[in-house]
Write a protein that binds this ligand. Structure first.
Ligand code: NAP
Length: 255
């Protein structure tokens, strides 16, 4: 975030954000931290974890940093255990990790790739929340990161898009299961030029085409997604659960 006035909605709260050493996850961890949360960041590579923790601490944020590949059961359990050992509670979980390993049409996607997409994009969120659930406080909040592609999976990201569609249903179902103590909501970002999306956004003509689909005439930023995630995570959204917010500059999604 810039130097503008930042609210302090998360004083005394503990937030876990998965896949949070770069891009959208890092932006979310930074925003929650600047608003007073103790943040638990993680990703697959120690080096990325070390670099991210330094950047966040330099901004005065309280951080616990742990290596966690979201499809590794032991590492997921360790993430929750270490968080509870250090802070004794969990108030916010942001499930942000995803993979997009193929541009093949769905019917030509390898069996093993179908498994990987399901494992990382959907199942790992469920299993992480299963481990976290006993520690979620009254008034806690889960935010799942889906994608605008959930609504109309594009040809080059078709099966990825379908896993993101599944997250919209998962949000509804978990909101019912975890009510009334924990709210569960979802963010569907538009196109954000991160490493993950660089196969699209670094190509000038694709980039221009994506921009032209927005009403606000630009791609999004991690800060745009972080601001919306912080809204859902905060008590400002205390009467909102089971919902998905599209944060895509007005790109077509749904009525
Ligand atoms: P990104 O900038 O490439 O960052 C990905 C982060 O996730 C890195 O910190 C990476 O660190 C970590 N990571 C990757 N695989 C992981 C795994 N299996 N387990 C744990 N950490 C992992 O990606 P992003 O664009 O911010 O994407 C974040 C989320 O936003 C994803 O769910 C994506 O589907 C969604 N999204 C993105 C866009 C977009 O346009 N960028 C649009 C809609 C939705 P390591 O390499 O150290 O693991």
């Amino acid at each position: 975030m810039g130097t503008g006035k930042v609210p302090r909605r998360f004083e005394g709260k503990v937030a876990i954000v998965t896949a949070s050493t770069q891009g959208i996850g890092f932006g979310i961890a930074e925003r929650l931290g600047l608003e007073g949360a103790s943040v638990v960041i993680s990703s697959r590579k120690q080096k990325n974890v070390d670099e991210a923790v330094e950047k966040l601490r330099a901004r005065g944020i309280e951080v616990l940093a742990i290596v966690c590949h979201v499809s590794n059961a032991q590492q997921r359990k360790n993430l929750i255990d270490k968080t509870v050992q250090k802070y004794g509670r969990i108030d916010i979980v942001v499930s942000n990790a995803a993979a997009n390993p193929s541009i093949d049409p769905i019917l030509q996607t390898e069996d093993s790739i179908l498994d990987k997409l399901w494992e990382i994009n959907v199942k790992a969120s469920i299993l992480l929340l299963k481990d976290a659930a006993p520690h979620l406080q009254k008034g806690s909040s889960v935010v799942i990161i889906s994608s605008i592609t959930a609504y109309d999976p594009p040809a080059s990201m078709a099966m990825y898009g379908v896993t993101k569609t599944a997250l919209l249903g998962l949000t509804k179902a978990l909101a019912a299961e975890l009510a009334p103590n924990t709210r569960v909501n979802c963010i569907a970002p538009g196109f954000i030029p991160t490493k993950f999306a660089s196969f699209l956004t670094s190509n000038e003509s694709i980039r221009n085409e994506l921009v032209s689909k927005t009403l606000l005439n630009r791609l999004g930023t991690p800060e745009d997604i972080a601001a919306a995630t912080a809204l859902f995570a905060s008590d400002d959204a205390s009467y909102i659960t089971g919902e998905t917010l599209v944060v895509a500059g007005g790109m077509p999604s749904r009525l």
